[in-house]
Design a protein around this ligand. Sequence first.
Ligand code: FAD
Length: 428
Amino acid sequence: MNKQSCKLAVIGGGPAGLAAAQEAYQEGIEDILIIERDFELGGILQQCIHNGFGLHYFDEELTGPEYAQRFIDEIAEKGINVKLDTMVLDVTPKKKIYAVNSKEGMLEIEAEAIVLAMGCRERTRGAIGIPGTRPAGVITAGTAQRYINMEGYIPGEKVVILGSGDIGLIMARRMHLEGAEVEAVLELLPFTGGITRNVVQCLDDFDIPLRLNQTVTKIHGKDRLEAVTVAEVDDDLNPIPDTEYKIECDTLLLSVGLIPENELSQEAGVKLDNSTGGPVVNENRETNIEGIFACGNVLHVHDLVDYVTEESKIAGKAAAAYLQNQLEKREAPVELIAGDNVGYIVPQKITDKVKDRKRVDLYMRGTKPMNNVKISIIDDKEEILSKKERFVKPGEMISLPFPEKMITKLKTDQVTVQILEGGGTNEG
Ligand SMILES: Cc1cc2nc3c(=O)[nH]c(=O)nc-3n(C[C@H](O)[C@H](O)[C@H](O)COP(=O)(O)OP(=O)(O)OC[C@H]3O[C@@H](n4cnc5c(N)ncnc54)[C@H](O)[C@@H]3O)c2cc1C
């Protein structure tokens, strides 16, 4: 076996891995290795040729490849090592990485610190178990995006999209612009999973119908998809039989959720959070295994890449501090609990002392759409901080800055974050 070593190994060369590597370099770590299984860096951004990236981070509107290229150029400029076409197969708790590529064969890479940045994968038909035949033409929306935008194939002409998350919405517009007929976007829940901007720009602007509380109950067709049966669902999300109707189509795009890609994390002994599907981390994005950090969609599914970049810089900076022996633990670690109407919070705990830190940004998702809400932090049954928002939606991540001066004065070691409706309308 080919044995190698590095100070910092970054697994995954998408926006998360690139930003983490760049930040660690900036903080003085030069011996970095980015390992990427694809033939190029950039991750999912390479297939996202629409614009709208970078509005928060660069204050500019970029396409996915343009956004990625800014980081790829910096990685090249800094001379950070990259292994492309290299698949990581295993990571051990002692930070040994086993990988393979066709030039070097099997590799054993010993790293002093690791950043996990493997992104996420899409749920498939098998994951949601739609009954019916198994014809061609049933694929995930992300696969269709790669076919159209990178390989130059259009997967079909008459399309139904199941799931109204951002990828489903974006692919509805993309298929329409490529000349396909988009019959409908169907959504099981009473609300869309995507951000409002995408509902307006991808569906409303092109008169593509969105049908809420509906799902596909059967797939028809022998060699190629011929139709889908659709039904309305009741409050428990079960199909109502006498509401069934058929839509003729040759393609069903599934956009029914993303799963953080954590098989390697589990091999390494990293503890996962059931709500996010990603590792449990502290404010530095360090997992329970010292020196193993996680960021981007492998940690929790983000709606905007700009937030991925911000988070990955935190992980990269902390990995550098770990390698320089500068991470210092607090005497009293704090656990963050998702309270009423909060689906999850990242980070799940605050455990480190960080010099000159002003605040820790908490990222969370609400469990349902709500108007005029108050997001509060509760310590010892007392509200110590609150922020009002006009609305929250599960598809849009919320952030809440938690000032350091409050963290140091907490009475308990467990604080709860809750979202309550009717909190008021002013930002504050
Ligand atoms: C289909 C799809 C469409 C999306 N569209 C948008 C959009 O329009 N706008 C938006 O803001 N966000 C979009 N997103 C979200 C987007 O994924 C994130 O904004 C961002 O790309 C996440 O960055 P990441 O680096 O965490 O993950 P990714 O971009 O997924 O990068 C992860 C990288 O890790 C590599 N990797 C994984 N496992 C291994 C392994 N074992 N060995 C080596 N390498 C490995 C992968 O090849 C990949 O390059 C989309 C996501 C998906 C899945």
